[in-house]
Design a protein around this ligand. Structure first.
Ligand code: NAP
Length: 246
């Protein structure tokens, strides 16, 4: 990565995930950051990646987020914060809704807690860690299905709506951040369809040749972050650099 000064750390929230883990590996291999802080609900070990520091975070718990930010702050200013956590289905049996008949308040609130409120609270506690001068980026993994204009298929109510709301959080953060830290950018990222636990039950519908490995997605997302122009702040960008419609 060439756009960042080499004097700050990178932070990945959701490092235990398919894309999050690949991002940690790619960031470590890039040699761009003083350290890579890998945060997840269970502490992970990165035996092959030098300079990776593991820590704990539960984005459903603000005190855990605040503690993780204090921990990350010990590594000095951050140049890059990537939020790679998210939920589409989970072990409690939550599945994306095929029909409005399947809507369930608790399941909807869970999707919003993890996909919208969690990243917003991560921003609350981690934006103050961004370097005060020179380029820095806060990016949250969103999804193309969170685009209202792009919604032609329907279904997946909670996931779509929680990502659309995340996109609004990102844009609103970007406006405030521009006033406080003009060199800092805040964006959403769409990784493409990636072979992870999140997409696995739905991969049957993915056209051949369009399912990315986590490693490929991580490389693409970091290339997109590296190429962001200042006026990109507040937008959502796909793995190929294309802006995703609101
Ligand atoms: N895969 C795709 O095709 C695809 C497409 C579009 C967008 N995305 C987005 O990309 C992001 C990463 O997805 P993925 O495919 O890598 O999925 P994944 O492998 O299922 O990873 C999800 C991550 O979110 C973490 N997480 C969930 N709840 C959490 C909580 N309360 N606190 C902290 N971490 C929590 C998980 O932690 P645990 O290990 O502790 O559960 C895991 O690290 C998500 O935002 C997803 O919506 C993915």
């Amino acid at each position: 990565m060439t756009s960042f000064e080499r004097d700050g750390c990178a932070i990945v929230v959701g490092a235990s995930g398919g894309i999050g883990g690949a991002l940690v590996g790619a960031l470590s291999a890039s040699g761009t950051f003083t350290s890579v802080i890998a945060l997840s609900r269970r502490r992970a070990v990165w035996p092959h990646d030098e300079g990776v520091v593991s820590g704990l975070i539960d984005i459903a718990d603000e005190e855990s987020i605040a503690a993780a930010a204090r921990f990350a702050g010990e590594s000095g200013p951050a140049r890059l914060v990537l939020v790679a956590s998210g939920v589409l289905h989970d072990s409690t049996g939550q599945q994306p809704e095929k029909s409005y008949r399947a809507l369930d308040a608790d399941a909807m609130l869970h999707a919003f807690r993890i996909n919208t409120v969690g990243p917003a609270l991560v921003a609350k506690h981690f934006l103050p860690l961004l370097a005060r001068r020179g380029r820095s980026v806060f990016a949250a993994l969103s999804a193309r299905v969170g685009s209202i204009g792009d919604n032609r298929l329907g279904g997946w109510y909670s996931y779509r709506a929680s990502k659309a709301a995340l996109n609004m959080i990102v844009r609103t953060l970007a406006i405030e951040l521009a006033r406080q830290n003009p060199d800092a950018l805040c964006v959403g990222l769409h990784p493409g369809t990636v072979d992870t636990a999140l997409s696995r039950p739905f991969q049957g519908a993915v056209p051949a040749g369009t399912l990315f490995s986590p490693g490929f997605a991580a490389q693409r997302l970091l290339a997109v972050v590296d190429a962001l122009a200042p006026e990109s702040t507040g937008g959502v960008f796909a793995w190929d650099g294309e802006r995703v419609a609101a």
